[in-house]
Design a protein around this ligand. Structure first.
Ligand code: EPU
Length: 419
């Protein structure tokens, strides 16, 4: 298994370009199953998760071509069964359920398990399918949904922890081909949901309200092929902004939508960093002593759970006491034990982390546990004294396109050791 070695203490400067969004690309790739015509997607990031999704599409019968960031998918005929061997590697494979149900009126997909960031149920996805008239059965580790026809309905998708992103995507993808009008209340407002709705509308769907809590979907008889550019990855952007804050002399990220990362730039401003934006770039630079922070993760437009671990890394060496509360995945703190091995002082109280900033971290061998936790360890390594060795790098490769190369362009001393 590959490792990443980071020799800490080398300040970052310069600029890098943000890649296409993983969490937009995955459901949009799944949405290509809704039509028999070719779809062309640009800026699909080169990640193991997008590769898994393409494998799933091919397994389901689609023809796929990929040339650098451009992917073309033609799903002239589709199978409606995605077995465990094909979907087990990635939880987001669950988002083929909606398009398969929409197009074939039935789908069988292996049920996703829990994952390291906590229990990850799909009850809200299934509730949405049932409201559209589908029957749901869970047997032999598979979830089977089927309906003689789908009929529009009013559905509230808000759960105990707020709205569901992939649940909103899934129900929207089934509803575009239902008879009549569907109203999704308590919809997720994330930019990735808006990107999917924009793509579906280009395919001939009639969706209004994307980006608000209420989606109105007028069903159509069929969809056609479309072309689409995936939006920039706001979590990759946020991760680089935190890298610049942790250890930068001023870095600029390009090809970003500043509005999408506002919660992160506001948090960094509150910590005392200088943020300067143009319509598609953001520069973060030091501006005197950094200050501690109190923040809580929330669904968009709140502070993203996918940036919580990286903020923990930053606040670990910010003087004073910072407090983070994780409201979306309350158990998402696997990075804390590893950061402590580097000298961080963090105390967990339920879903709250109390962080006493230390003067410096010390490099150590640490283990990545999930995508964002791994990114946090790399960021901590940039600042730490000595060498940090991050194992299980495949977690990083799931969701960051060439993270080590981009950091190296900014001046980090970072290398990948192949095993
Ligand atoms: N939830 C339920 N029932 C459901 C679905 C979700 O109770 O049926 C709960 C979850 O357990 C969680 C909350 O609702 O407490 C929100 O989960 P959500 O469904 O929104 O998460 P998701 O759609 O499975 C996506 C991203 C995650 C990101 C979350 C929250 C993709 C592929 N994944 O997951 O991204 O953390 O939204 O923003 O879009 C990552 O990229 O590292 C990542 C984990």
């Amino acid at each position: 298994m590959d490792k990443i070695l980071i020799h800490g203490g080398h300040p970052l400067s310069g600029s890098i370009k943000i890649s296409g969004s993983k969490n937009s690309a995955l459901p949009i790739l799944a949405a290509t199953l809704l039509t028999r015509e070719p779809c062309i997607l640009r800026r699909v990031p080169d990640l193991s998760d997008t590769h898994y999704m393409l494998q799933i599409l091919m397994h389901l019968g689609a023809q796929v071509e990929r040339a650098s960031g451009t992917v073309s998918v033609t799903a002239e005929k589709v199978e409606s069964i995605a077995p465990y061997e094909v979907v087990r590697k990635m939880r987001a494979s669950v988002c083929v359920l909606g398009p398969l149900l929409g197009r074939c009126k039935e789908a069988t997909v292996s049920m996703p398990g829990g994952c390291i960031i906590g229990d990850r149920p799909i009850d809200l996805h299934l509730k949405g399918f049932e409201a559209l008239g589908a029957a749901v059965r869970v047997e032999g580790g598979n979830v089977k949904v089927f309906a003689p026809k789908l009929v529009g309905a009013v559905i509230n998708l808000r759960g105990k922890f707020g709205p569901t992103v992939l649940g909103t995507d899934n129900v929207m993808m089934a509803a575009v081909l239902a008879e009549g009008t569907t109203v999704i209340e308590g919809a997720a407002q994330e930019p990735e949901v808006v990107d999917l709705a924009n793509f579906l509308n280009k395919m001939g769907a009639k969706i209004e309200g994307a980006g608000t809590r209420r989606l109105i979907i007028e069903g159509v008889a069929e969809l056609h092929g479309a072309e689409h550019d995936i939006i920039p990855d706001r979590i990759e952007a946020g991760t680089f902004l935190v890298a610049g804050a942790i250890c930068g002399n001023g870095i600029t990220i390009k090809r970003v939508v500043p509005e999408h990362v506002k919660a992160v730039t506001s948090a960094l401003s509150s910590c005392g960093f200088r943020i300067e934006s143009t319509p598609d770039t953001i520069t973060v630079s030091p501006n005197g002593a950094a200050k501690p922070l109190e923040l809580a993760t929330e669904p968009y437009p709140g502070f993203p759970t996918d940036m919580q671990a990286q903020m923990c890394a930053l606040l670990s060496t910010t003087p004073g006491i910072s407090v983070i509360t994780e409201n979306v995945f309350p158990q998402r703190y696997m990075h804390v034990a590893e950061l402590k091995r580097m000298g961080a002082q963090v105390q967990l109280e339920g879903a709250t982390a109390i962080i006493q900033g230390v003067d410096h971290l010390l490099g150590a061998p640490v283990m990545a546990s999930d995508l964002r936790a791994s990114a946090a360890l790399v960021l901590a390594g940039l600042k730490a004294k000595g060498t940090t060795e991050v194992g299980r790098v495949y977690h990083i490769d799931r969701g960051y396109e060439h993270l080590d190369e981009k950091l190296s362009e900014l001046g980090a001393h970072i290398e990948r050791v192949k095993n």
